[in-house]
Design a protein around this ligand. Sequence first.
Ligand SMILES: [Zn+2]
Length: 412
Amino acid sequence: MRRPDTTAGAVRQGSLRELNLAVVLGRIAAAERPPSRAELAAETGLTRATVSAVVEDLVNGRLVAEAEPTPRTGAGRPARGLVLADDGPAGLGLEINVDYLAACVVDLAGRVRHHTVRRADLRPVSPAETLARLVELAGRARADAADQGLTLAGAALAVPGLVDDAGLVRLAPNLGWRDVPVPALLAGHPPLTERIDGVPPLVVDNEANLAALGELHAGPPGPASFLHISGEVGIGAGIVLDGDLFRGARGWSGEIGHIPVRPEGRPCRCGGRGCLERYAGQEAVLAAAGLAGADLPADTAAARLAELASAGDPAALRALHDAGTALGVAVAAVVNLLDLDTVVLGGGYAPLARWLCPPVLAEISGRVLTAAWSPVTVRPATLGPAAAAVGAAGSVVRRIVARPGGWLARAS
Ligand SMILES: [Zn+2]
C-alpha cells in the first residue's frame, strides 16, 4: 500500500459527483469567511442547482454546516454561509516516542479537540506492550471524541523510526525496535480497524514526516518549502518541497540525525560514527549541561535546559551552543543541497530555539554558498512537541476533505 496522498489533487477520477463534492468542500475548507451557495457557484463554475445538491449531500453527511447568519449592512437578507462541520468526522493522531505516548483528535477544520500525553520510558517495554498501552489511549480519545459528537474516520500513527509502506517498522534505533509489524499487532482494536474508501484505518509513518506535515498546515499559510527538524532523543527531519512532503525514492528521507558532523567522532547506535544525534540529541545535550542521568522526558528536558540557560548557567549555555553548532553543520549541508530558505526547529528544539538559532545561523552563514545574498530563516516550530500527533490526525481529515465520497458512502 502507498501512504495516501493528503493533497487536494488526490481527487479520484471517474466520478463527476465525487469530483463536485471535492471541489465544493475544498472551497469551503479554504475560504477565509463562510461562502454562500451563490459564491460557491460563481467560484467553481458549477450551476446554482448543482451546488445546492452537492451542499445538501455534504450537510447530510455531516461534513458541512450552515454558519451563523452574518448581519448585512444595508438592505437584503443576511448572508448564510457554509463552514466545515464541527460534529462530523475527525482524525485520530497517535504517537509513540522514546519517552511518551500521545493521542489527539483533530476535527475537519483542523482544530485539536482532544490531546493526551502519557509519559513513560518505553525503551525497556516490548513493542506489543507499548502498542497495548497505545490502544488504551486511543480508546479514551475515541470516547472523548464521541462525547463531542465526532466520529473517528481513521488514524495515523507516528513512530520515531523507518516505516515501510505496509506499516512495518523496519528500525527504530532509540526504541530498540526492529521489524515490528504494527498493523498486525494492532489488528482487532477499534477504532484502528475499519477500512474507509480503500484506505487502511491506520497509517503508520515516521514522526518527523508527520510533524513536518503538522507544521505545514498549522496556522496561516507559511513557506511552501522548508526543513522541519524534530529534536528528541533522536533527531529526524521532514523535508517539505512545494507544499508536499519529500519522502525520497523508497520513503527513507530525512535521517538528518545520522549525518556525520565529525566523521571520526563518537560511535552511534546506527553503527556509524560522529552522527549529529551524538552531539545534538537530547542525551548528548543533557550530558554536556551536567544533567546526565536525569532521564527527563523531552519537553521536561527542554524546559529544564531553558530554565538553566535563562539563568545564565554556563554549562547549559555551552551545551546549547555546541549542540547548535553541530546542528548548523548538518543543516548547512542540507541547505546547500536543497536550496531551502526556511529551517524550523521542532520537538524539544522549539523551546530552546532562542539559544540554538544563533549558532545554527552562524554555521549557515559560514558554510552555505548563497547565504550572503539569499538568507535562510531559522525559527521555532509553531506546534512544538505536539506536532507529530497533530500532524498525524490532520493527515486523516485532509484526506477526507480531498476525497469526501468515501466518507459519505460510509455515512449514508
Ligand atoms: Zn548514527
